[in-house]
Design a protein around this ligand. Structure first.
Ligand code: ATP
Ligand code: MG
Length: 580
């Protein structure tokens, strides 16, 4: 007797549900995406107990006729994809026809829908059709999912605390609102309003709803295109960073995409503007011909494949680096009665703010006004030709901070950080265009290495030779340097060579000239600038400020720490209570 049998549909839906709906936030995602695909411009999400007890989604989209509504619960029933060819031109968020049957197999699901004529109400429980009836005719769909995972106990147990589940849903709705600023979203849990957007198609307003005005004021608008991709969005000032990548949001043809390479190139574009361990706030909308991407590579449709990835990465990198290079980023010291900054590191509810701190209405009016101003000017006012203002040094505090003044107030320059920046840019330049000036060494330097590392360096000898190091082999495991380029910091030659060799070994087969030059430059500039507690003369201060002014980015050291901060006249007067 044969052992193989085709499983029944209820069981197979339950198995598919394991992939499609992992937790309450994935149910919310599937249902809201259906509402978006149905062209809704208002979507309300109401939860009871973070959605574990109940999820109710109300939309004003196309709705369904009775026949379609019944079909929608069958596996592979979809109105979004009819043939092979469609799979390569998908412009809707859904396309597999799996979400509704999966959700209905692990909950009690009630679908009420109407195209504007007679309405239909259908109830499913544990994958079985319980009832069908006529209902009211309001155009749109209301779908209610109760007792999620009641029949899959392992999955129920896997859910974390109600707070964690809720934070995931808030994050999801935040990101959907960023993707569709033209849709009015609202989110409630146990009748408490947690988020809403106004559907006015103003992306910056949504940013403000999520992150608050302090962040919104420090967002920069970027826009650009190449042959295949159109990009528009907002990027934060380098001083506005978060401890996770969560606030880097990339949206491709309306789909929120979690792509490691995109996140990386966005983060790398801030290189030396911010600290390595911090991440910027970014919302990028990418528009592309659907045939250039493959949306069918991830079980929960969260990642996609790009056929012209390098072109996309170049475009993103150029747009961000260009924008950052145009703007002045001197950090202003601002005194505040209420310390807002400390909220940022709390466990998230919103992508950002905690629920209780929602803006009260009177403040909202002021915010709306300021946001409008910001949107209209797109922050371009910041752009200046001279990056640093005229600064007049007064003295040095504890051999560390140069104190300067001008008509706008008081400035402190971190002497060491500033030197690091100056040296870093100098080395990047020297390494990028190596000249032929070399210094012969009286006593060659022998560098002994473990054999595996020796092999790597030997293999990559040309990197050193291109930089004008003269190398001779010296016995086994030893590399001998006979001459070096003149720009090597004198007194630290051996140390510098070892550092350069370490970088070659570390990069090994992932060698990339630009990255290599940058790492060497950071390493050498750090080494050269280490003298702390050094009291320098006013002339030396003036020279340092002049050199800093010539830098592409005079505002942060290569590790992303600030080089200069500003106390405005007004702030000083506030501190001394001369003004209120
Ligand atoms: N809110 C809604 N408004 C109108 N039609 C809907 C709504 N939700 C679902 N539908 C219809 O039901 C069909 C099935 O939905 P389901 O989510 O199961 O599949 P899908 O969206 O086509 O694909 P995927 O499984 O990738 O989400 C959809 O193709 C759509 O025609
Ligand atoms: Mg769907």
């Amino acid at each position: 007797m044969s052992k193989i049998k085709i499983m029944n549909e209820i069981l197979s839906n339950k198995i598919a549900a394991g992939e499609v709906v992992e937790r309450s936030s994935s149910v919310v995602k599937e249902l809201v995406e259906n509402s978006i695909d149905a062209n809704s411009d208002e979507i309300k999400v109401e939860l009871i107990d973070s959605g574990v007890k109940e999820i109710k989604i109300t939309d004003n989209g196309s709705g369904m006729e009775k026949e379609d509504a019944l079909l929608a619960f069958s596996r592979h029933a979809t109105s979004k994809l009819y043939n092979d060819d469609d799979l390569y031109h998908i412009s809707s968020l859904g396309f597999r026809g799996e979400a509704l049957p999966s959700i209905a197999s692990v909950s009690e699901t009630i679908l009420k829908t109407s195209t504007g004529d007679v309405g239909t109400i259908i109830t499913y429980k544990g994958g079985k059709l319980i009832s069908t009836d006529n209902s009211d005719a309001r155009r749109g769909t209301v779908i209610t999912v109760k007792d999620l995972f009641y029949n899959t106990p392992a999955r129920l147990k896997y859910l974390k605390s109600l707070n964690t589940e809720l934070s995931l849903i808030v994050e999801l709705i935040n990101k959907l609102a960023l993707s569709y600023p033209n849709i009015k979203f609202s989110l409630y849990n146990n009748e408490k309003k947690l988020f809403n957007s106004d559907g006015s198609n103003n992306l910056l307003k949504v940013v403000n709803e999520i992150y608050g005005l302090d962040v919104t004021k420090k967002m920069l608008h970027i826009i650009g295109e190449n042959d295949d991709y159109d990009i528009e969005g907002f990027i934060s000032y380098p001083e506005i960073t978060r401890s996770t990548r969560n606030s880097i949001v990339t949206i491709v043809n309306g789909r929120i995409v979690k792509n490691i390479e995109l996140n990386k190139i966005i983060n790398d574009s801030y290189h030396t503007y911010k600290e390595e361990s911090r991440y910027p706030i970014v919302v990028l909308k990418i528009t592309v011909d659907p045939s250039i991407i493959d949306v069918n590579i991830h079980p929960a449709k969260q990642d996609i494949k790009f056929s012209k990835m390098e072109e996309l990465k170049d475009l993103i990198n150029n747009l961000i680096t260009k924008k950052l290079s145009e703007v002045t980023f001197i950090r202003n010291v601002e005194t505040k009665e209420k310390i807002i900054a400390s909220n940022y590191e709390k466990p998230i509810f919103n992508l950002e703010r905690t629920i209780d701190e929602h803006i009260v209405d009177s403040e909202q009016a002021v915010f709306d006004f300021e946001i409008k101003e910001n949107t209209e000017s797109y922050n371009e006012v910041e752009i200046t030709k001279e990056k640093l203002p005229e600064l007049y040094p007064i003295g040095v505090m504890r051999g560390t901070y140069i104190i300067c003044q001008n008509e706008n107030g008081l400035y402190l320059i971190d002497q060491h950080a500033a030197k690091e920046r100056i040296n870093y840019e100098l080395y990047v330049k020297l390494l990028g265009n190596p000249n032929n000036n070399i210094t012969d060494m009286l006593f060659p330097i022998n560098i002994e290495l473990p054999y595996n590392e020796y092999l790597i360096v030997n293999e990559n000898k040309n990197i050193l030779e291109n930089l004008n190091f003269q190398i001779a082999d010296f016995g086994i495991n030893t590399i001998t340097i006979k001459a070096h380029p003149t720009w090597l910091p004198s007194g630290y030659e051996e140390d510098a060579i070892r550092r350069i060799i370490d970088i070659i070994i570390m990069m090994n087969d992932k060698f990339n000239l630009e990255k290599f030059n940058e790492r060497v430059a950071i390493n050498l500039s750090c080494k050269l600038s280490i003298k702390a507690n050094e009291n320098i003369s006013i002339t030396e201060m003036e020279n340092l400020i002049d050199d800093l002014k010539k830098c592409n980015n005079p505002f942060s050291c290569p590790h992303g720490r600030p080089t200069i901060i500003h106390f405005s006249n007004y702030e000083l007067e506030k501190l001394f209570k001369r003004v209120l």
